[in-house]
Ligand binder design. Structure first.
Ligand SMILES: *Cc1c(COP(=O)(O)O)cnc(C)c1O
Length: 405
């Protein structure tokens, strides 16, 4: 399919280019030491990901350990309430550990094993990426250092406990604001020292090349399965698909199955409390071009041009930028990016729980909220929502802040 001069038939051969660019977005803006390490990962990835043994092992792990393929559920009661549009959900909440993140973590750590590494290093904010990494490290018998700010360690006690039970070493980061940004800096600094024995695993389609490409490729299984399952279930393609966008990994993998199809694609960012800077994390909607965390993309900046403070009710979505591929697909117009706010999200959280018996992660509830709005706007047709994770992790927070509705 041609779209704005881009041939989506050959898209994956051409994007990213060999320097990691999707159009003008992406690349690698890091120190020479880290660049040496990234070159090693890129080279290993291009060789190893083609090996039959690697592919067979990843396939077996997905089936026997993760429980893939995850199903698609027809949201019949919710659809009936809304009218004639049929809503469906791709159930990444049923992937082991309860979210899509394990898809790329298992791929990254399997790659590390093939590269002969002994340790994996990662940072985490809300703790979801840390838990997925700790799970993958336990599975492959690797050492695992998770960098986490003191403030986040206090806030996310259950996830800290999970990581420790899984055998990971949680490294407390005590400088600056003691949150995600400082954790990223500390993890990168540790990696620059330890890269001979360790690999740094980024938690989304962000960071320097090759991570935006590699994480998307490992998440491609979501879109690939979803396309095949949807056609088997209904005999046709969905009219529209929806996913939430933080860094953009669940969306990138899901969308990648449908880019070459006549399907409307929607990426949904968190509008939080409103449009003022600091009240949301809708980087593609309100941001401008800039470099942070080693890549060029669209980002929310403060008055000094540094990453701005961001907010969302979903801690997995409060990132001041989005992956470079999303910036590119946004510029092309192939994917439409839109927003929903906290209130719409919480309504959707209860709506899906009550109508379907599925408690979504608050992140995923953003996609559900938009799917509901889209259904009302479309009148007829079908919408497939990527349910990136389950909401067990969010229940205490929801009850405390919003009560039972
Ligand atoms: C982390 C997380 C997200 C956001 O990350 P992306 O890279 O944008 O996918 C979304 N949903 C769930 C359940 C998460 O844990």
């Amino acid at each position: 399919m041609q779209f704005n001069g881009i041939d989506f038939e050959t898209y994956f051969k051409n994007y990213p280019d060999k320097n990691g660019y999707f159009g003008k977005y992406g690349g690698s803006y890091i120190s020479p030491e880290l660049q040496t390490a990234m070159n090693e990962i890129t080279e290993a990835y291009f060789t190893i990901c083609k090996s039959r043994k690697f592919i067979a092992e990843l396939r077996r792990i997905r089936k026997e350990f993760q429980g893939r393929p995850t199903p698609i559920s027809h949201l019949e009661r919710l659809s009936a309430k809304l009218g004639n549009v049929q809503l469906y959900a791709k159930r990444e909440d049923l992937n082991h550990t309860g979210a899509h993140k394990l898809n790329h973590c298992m791929g990254e750590v399997l790659l590390a094993k093939y590269m002969g590494k002994k340790k994996v290093i990662a940072e985490t904010g809300a703790g979801q990426h840390g838990v997925a990494m700790a799970t993958a490290a336990a599975y492959f018998g690797m050492e695992c250092d998770i960098y986490m700010g003191s403030v986040d360690i206090k806030k996310q006690a259950p996830n800290v406990a999970r990581m420790k039970i899984l055998g990971a070493n949680v490294v407390e980061v005590t400088h600056g604001l003691q949150t995600l940004k400082e954790a990223v800096d500390s993890a990168f600094a540790a990696y620059a020292k330890e890269y001979k024995d360790a690999i740094y695993c980024i938690g989304s389609v962000v960071g320097p090349h090759p991570f935006p490409m590699m994480v998307r490729d490992f998440q491609h299984v979501v879109g690939e399965e979803a396309r095949e399952q949807f056609i088997e279930m209904t005999g046709e393609l969905p009219d529209a698909i929806v996913a939430c966008v933080g860094g953009g990994s669940n969306a990138a993998g899901f969308f990648s199955g449908f880019l070459n199809d006549p399907v409307d694609i929607y990426g949904i960012e968190p509008l939080g409390r409103g449009t003022a800077l600091g009240d949301h994390a809708a980087s593609l909607q309100y941001g401008t071009e800039g470099v942070m965390h080693g890549f060029n993309s669209i980002m929310l900046k403060d008055e000094n041009g540094d990453p701005a403070p961001v907010y969302s009710v979903a801690s997995g979505l409060d990132y001041p930028s989005s992956g470079p591929e999303h910036a590119f697909l946004h510029e092309l117009g192939r994917v439409k990016y839109d927003v929903v706010n906290d209130d719409e999200t919480i309504d959707a959280f209860f709506e899906l729980s009550r109508s379907e018996g599925i408690i979504p992660a608050i992140e995923s509830a953003h996609a559900v909220a938009y799917g509901i709005k889209l259904a009302q706007r479309m009148g007829t047709g079908s919408v497939l929502i990527n349910l990136s994770g389950r909401g067990d992790k969010d229940m205490d927070y929801i009850i405390e802040k919003y009560g039972i509705r």
